[in-house]
Design a protein around this ligand. Structure first.
Ligand code: ADP
Ligand code: MG
Length: 267
């Protein structure tokens, strides 16, 4: 081969080689850049998630603090006054023959009921108590109160076992339970509510609440993002996410509503 041809040959080979190296270099840079961007985005998402969780946690803590203060005030002020009136009235002997005897006795009964309702309210507001007695007892107390009120038929099936959820989780689960019960009482027109707690595999807490009421369209409710209805359901989803629980809501028009909350038990 003549020299110029050989030279051209070499130049082409070297040029091609350089081209390939350059191309690989560019591809590698683009790839690395994209990967960095991807990692950066993932990091941003992670930070946003943590930030949202912290905001939510702060909001819930503030709400619990407010509940606690209200409970304390109700107990210390109105509760004390009602108890005083009750004691004073109990000290008065009422002759059945006096005029308005029945009205007086009726007022005493109403007063007793008010004291009991107030006591119930303060108990279900106070998160320390919920954390202290534990989730099962707090729920059972609530179920018994509803049963006594005669508003609706309510059944509870609580599988025996130890359900230690930790204090914060207990309060969060209890608030979700209250929201579901309130919804069943307020919207469902239910004749019966069933509450069950069980531990299917030895380390999972499962709470189910179902009513036989009118049901609703869950998808439609979820898509109503800009209305004030749905705050309860949204806050339940948020609360569940906060403690790492699974929240499953099923409802069908005319066939009632069922909610299941699943949470791994603390060890
Ligand atoms: N158990 C239920 N039975 C029937 N409808 C329900 C039930 N729970 C929720 N809903 C419907 O979903 C809507 C949203 O519920 P929620 O987010 O708790 O808001 P709110 O109770 O403040 O209206 C309710 O207004 C009601 O129409
Ligand atoms: Mg509600």
């Amino acid at each position: 081969m003549s020299d110029p041809v050989q030279q051209a040959y070499y130049v082409t080979i070297v040029g091609l080689g350089l081209g390939i190296v350059l191309l690989s270099f560019i591809v590698a840079i683009v790839f690395l850049y994209q990967r960095r961007q991807f990692q950066h985005q993932a990091e941003l998402n992670r930070m946003k998630y943590i930030y949202d969780q912290q905001i939510m946690k702060a909001q819930l803590e503030m709400q619990e603090e407010t509940f606690k203060n209200i409970a304390q005030d109700l107990h210390d002020n109105i509760g004390q006054m009602l108890s005083m009136v009750k004691l004073t009235l109990a000290a008065v002997t009422v002759d059945p023959n006096i005029p308005h005897h029945d009205k007086l006795m009726n007022s005493r009964e109403v007063l007793n009921k008010a004291i009991m309702d107030l006591s119930h309210l303060t108990k279900s507001l106070h998160s320390d108590r919920i954390a202290h007695v534990g989730i099962v007892e707090a729920i059972q107390y609530e179920v018994d109160s509803i049963r006594k009120s005669g508003l609706v038929k309510i059944n509870s099936a609580i599988e025996k076992g130890s359900y230690y959820l930790g204090e914060q989780n207990s309060v969060v689960i209890f608030r979700m339970f209250q929201e579901m019960i309130n919804n069943a009482l307020k919207h469902a027109k239910a004749t019966q509510i069933n509450v069950s707690i069980n531990n299917p595999d030895g380390n999972t807490f499962v709470l189910s609440i179902n009513d036989d009421g009118i049901g609703f369209n869950v998808q439609e409710m979820k898509s109503r993002s800009n209305s004030s209805t749905g705050v309860g359901l949204r806050s339940m989803t948020n609360r569940a996410a906060l403690i790492g629980a699974k929240f499953d809501l099923q409802s069908k028009l005319g066939s009632g509503t069922k909610v299941t909350i699943t949470l791994p038990l603390s060890r």
